[in-house]
Design a protein around this ligand. Sequence first.
Ligand code: TYD
Ligand code: MG
Length: 453
Amino acid sequence: MVKKAKTSFFCQHCGYMSPKWLGKCPSCEGWNCFAEELVTQEASGSRAEINFGGKPLPIEEIPTEEGKRLTTGLAEIDRVLGGGVVGGSAVLIGGEPGIGKSTLMLQMMHNLAQNGTKVLYVSGEESASQIKMRGQRVGAASKNLLVLVEVSLEKILEQIKNISPAIVVIDSIQTLYSSDLMSAPGSVGQVREASSRLILFAKKFGIPVFLVGHVTKDGSIAGPKVLEHMVDTVLYFEGDSGHAYRIVRGIKNRFGPANEIGVFEMQEKGLKEVPNPSSFFLAERPQNVSGSVVVPSLEGTRPILVEIQALVSATNLGMPRRTAIGVDHNRVSLLVAVLDKICGLHLGASDIFINVAGGIKLSEPAVDLGVVAAMASSFLDKPIDARTVILGEVGLTGEIRAVSQMETRVKEAARLGFEYCIAPKTSSAQAIKVAKMKVITVSSLQQMLENLF
Ligand code: TYD
Ligand code: MG
């Protein structure tokens, strides 16, 4: 009897499976994202080829050696990874097209190859000569850097077995194709199958694998969300083509701190590390103009000083505009309401634009006070002293709340020559003693405004 081919419908965003077509995904609530894919009962060999042969062990008898970490030669990436690449780990690196994923991978592989590590760069997107051309641009040339142009998962696995490289890059995971599945490359089924087999392979042979992943328009890594769960580390490439800087942010990391960032600048000859991002982001700061304020934000374990700009101008519209770039839009609305109600600054008839200079994104509430100060400064048209940094979280009643790791932030500000810091009134802030830095503690918004203007 001929077995009927079994198909299911998969959400192309999150991997949700449904026996029939749906207009809206019940899991991720995306519209029109279901595609039919053929399901095979058991992808042949994929499970059998992996045999860990393990038996349960008491936890105290498990050897603790973490294994040596591979140093990538890019200090920024090493830090984001938590001190280098862990053997057998799977790292997903996502980002928009053209942001520099392939460039970064090639530079990293080149550094490793130069130190005598055999590396394999698999590309399914570009021809070998295109890769060679990029290689010449970034100066990548080494006998140990092997390039394979291939999209068949089985052939890639075979080559990895033959060559046994110390590290593998797959650029990109969406181009891979396994003949076990009938669906098209880039579909959820293929992406999931290819990644799970590569990851198992990596774990079994202790070879770290870097998977490059494309990002959809809305910013999530294309293909199933499960990809993020399967890998050990998820790195995200941020930045836009309008700016030269690029940020690699660790979203998830099983071997180190998450949310750590590495800062790069895209130049003629590839990506260049920016070891001192604060001065980079403050380079073009205008002096003595209203609406500009510097906040010491904490990205991972590293403090970075950034400039927040606000423009408050009278509106002709019935509904004033509120635009926020780099900070959360809802958070800004909340702060506007607090300023209006608690401090009597009536912004109701003003358009408000907030921008974080350099295009970096700030997500922590510790920058609240900076946003408020920038808005107030622009509204009152009074500049804030250029030697001042401001940090603190703002509550709904106008109270100012504590932020974490005050001392680290204040020290970074002092290092860059700032002399005053407006901070929440907490014991930790009052205890801070940093040379040439005066910490002014405030407990309410009014108090801060009195201090500033
Ligand atoms: P690429 O690494 O191909 O991006 P992705 O793999 O994420 O799609 O980066 C391509 C962009 O980077 C392209 O717009 C040109 C620019 N670029 C430079 O500015 N300098 C360089 O040395 C290289 C290699 C690329
Ligand atoms: Mg690419």
